[in-house]
Design a protein around this ligand. Structure first.
Ligand code: ATP
Length: 193
């Protein structure tokens, strides 16, 4: 998957709508300390479905919304739009929006979807909020210190099979529910006999 454009509005320090084009080749983001470079990488992880506020360096998920400064009032919402192309060149637009008191909502190519669906889209493309390709500060040390099970998870994400585990869990849940329904049906049939 190739990320082509990122649009941010009200996300962390990006209070004004900002758009970044990511052209083929190497893109560098430079700027003084605290200008928002890490916030950009966090915006990519966030729109991919990151659910841990801690890994967004916040206490709660609403902390990603612009909190205001002495000169500017806080915002009520944050939105990140990611445009990408999949390996077949198909365009993909993913939007995540969070409103104070209302939580997050996602859209993929204009259709409302669940967080889980977004995570699957990226997992199938061998990327996602926890992809080892997104290396934030301190992450290299975390990879070196990772336990074998965590390393295996990273490899599975890189290989694009993480989504299969999610689907297997879903299928197992449905199977258990169906088995419970069948047992109940047996009970009812037994009572009718
Ligand atoms: P460094 O080079 O030091 O790593 P950086 O360019 O990566 O810095 P970031 O860590 O991305 O900078 O940005 C930090 C800035 O974002 C801080 O000024 C912080 O006040 C601001 N910031 C973070 N969250 C919010 C928020 N919710 N509202 C407003 N500003 C925020």
């Amino acid at each position: 998957m190739q990320i082509r454009r990122l649009k941010l509005s009200g996300f962390k320090s990006f209070v004004e709508p900002a758009e970044l084009r990511i052209e083929p080749g190497l893109t560098g983001v430079v700027g003084p300390n605290g200008c928002g470079k890490s916030n950009l990488l966090e915006a990519i992880r966030w729109v991919m479905g990151e659910s841990s506020a801690k890994s967004m360096r916040g206490g709660g998920m609403e902390d990603v919304i612009f909190a205001g400064t002495a000169q500017r009032p806080a915002r009520d919402f944050a939105e990140v739009v990611l445009h990408a192309a999949d390996s077949a060149g198909e365009e993909l637009e993913v939007v995540r929006r969070i409103e104070r008191g209302a939580g997050s909502a996602y859209r993929v190519n204009g259709r409302d979807v669940r967080a889980k669906d977004v995570a699957l889209v990226f997992a199938d493309a061998a990327t996602g909020a926890h992809s080892p390709a997104l290396v934030s500060q301190g992450r290299i040390a975390a990879v070196i210190a990772a336990k074998p099970a965590e390393r295996r998870q990273m490899l599975e994400e890189a290989a694009g099979i993480a989504g299969l585990h999610v689907r297997r869990r879903d299928a197992e849940q449905k199977l258990r529910a169906t088995e419970a329904n069948l047992a109940r049906l047996d009970d009812i049939l037994g009572q009718l006999d």
